[in-house]
Design a binder for this molecule. Structure first.
Ligand code: UT7
Length: 328
């Protein structure tokens, strides 16, 4: 069996121009900038215009990542698009992105793992590169969450934003690349974060639309505790798997769900906040796009240098969670 280590060759991100501030939300629902800032760390989020759709941003992010990897779209063998807000049910947003990019040699599909979708994709791409089944993979996380947010539910509508991030993975050497990865899920927690209507179980009808069954429903308080516990636990597991101490991590990029979750996880892992990346103030929670957007922002800002140990961890609806440790 080939055991070729995979690493990130290029990253990219894209998001809508539209911005929805806390002050604007306070005009729509009973909330305040003060509550949102202190309870979540969010100040604003990006919001797509009515004529914008998920693949638009996915394509831009993926194209940038492919260019930065100095590859041609035809070099891509696998395209994984993590999203819970696809353009449409059929075909997959992955196939739509593939066609737009001209990545004609790729197998393309979607990954539905909510906020963990990007790390699920990275983990799967890593396995396929390791075994020699593919050479170059693009993993995109892309969402238009604001379309599925109920702007009368103040607990959820303040959290979510739109955008896309992407990474190209391929063979790397000299001890670089993905050292360990782990993904997990527990469907028994389905109703902690879900959108019950619009599928085959609760079919889309005028009634389900009027009742808002297609909107995200969340038991935020319960989810909070599970998120902190799961992200810390799985992070420790990948560190142990790779024989790395938390003190050696150069940068921790957690899923951006809530600044208080980020700080609680960092505290449990004993990683100083100076080594933890946070962009939640400007993006809010963009689900599967959150980690790849953050990763690309770190690359652009020069916060990751060759040889750095980067830990990424996520938690989301399903529930799903995962962690990936890599040497840059
Ligand atoms: O990405 C997937 C993973 N996502 C998560 O894991 C999200 C996890 N959950 C959270 O981030 C937090 O639970 C929330 C931000 C959603 C809520 O924060 P919280 O500190 O857990 O608030 P809470 O639900 O305990 O509510 C406290 C109070 C309640 O009022 P009462 O009952 O004490 O009078 C809420 O009604 O805050 C109220 N509240 C708000 N007030 C103003 C809830 N949302 C708002 C709001 N503005 N937007």
């Amino acid at each position: 069996m080939v055991n070729q280590r995979a690493g990130v060759l290029g990253t990219g991100h894209s998001y809508p121009e539209g911005i929805l501030t806390n002050a604007e939300l306070a005009n729509i629902v009973e909330t305040s900038d003060e509550w949102i800032t202190t309870r979540t760390g969010i100040k604003q989020r990006r919001k797509a215009a009515p004529d914008e759709y998920t693949s638009l941003f996915a394509v831009r992010a993926a194209r940038q990542a492919i260019e930065r990897a100095r590859l041609d779209p035809a070099d891509i063998d696998l395209l994984l698009c993590a999203t819970v807000t696809p353009d449409q049910i059929l075909p997959s947003t992955g196939c739509i992105v593939q066609a737009e990019l001209g990545a004609n040699n790729a197998a393309a599909m979607d990954i539905v793992a909510a906020c963990s979708g990007f790390l699920y994709g990275v983990s799967l791409a890593d396995s396929m590169i390791r075994t020699g089944q593919v050479r170059h993979a693009v993993v995109v996380g892309a969402e238009i969450l604001t379309q599925y947010v109920d702007y009368t539910d103040r607990q959820t509508c303040v959290l979510f934003g739109d955008g896309a991030g992407a990474a190209v993975l391929g063979p790397v050497d000299n001890g670089r690349g993905i050292l360990a990865s782990k993904i997990k899920s527990d469907g028994r927690y389905e109703e902690q974060l879900y959108s019950p209507g619009g599928g085959t179980r609760k079919k889309p009808t005028a009634e389900t639309l009027a009742a808002g069954d297609h909107y995200f429903k969340m038991k935020g308080n319960e989810l909070f505790k599970v998120a902190v516990r799961s992200m810390a636990e799985i992070s420790r597991e990948v560190l142990e798997q790779a024989g790395v101490k938390a003190a050696d991590i150069s940068l921790f990029i957690p899923h951006q769900a809530n600044q208080r979750i980020t700080e609680a996880v960092a505290d449990r892992l004993n990683v100083d906040l100076s080594r933890v990346y946070s962009n939640i103030a400007v993006h809010g929670n963009t689900s599967s796009a959150s980690i790849p957007i953050a990763l690309d922002e770190c690359v652009e800002a020069g916060r990751i240098k060759e040889g750095d140990l980067v830990l990424m961890a996520s938690f989301g609806g399903g529930v799903t969670w995962g962690a990936v440790l890599m040497r840059w």
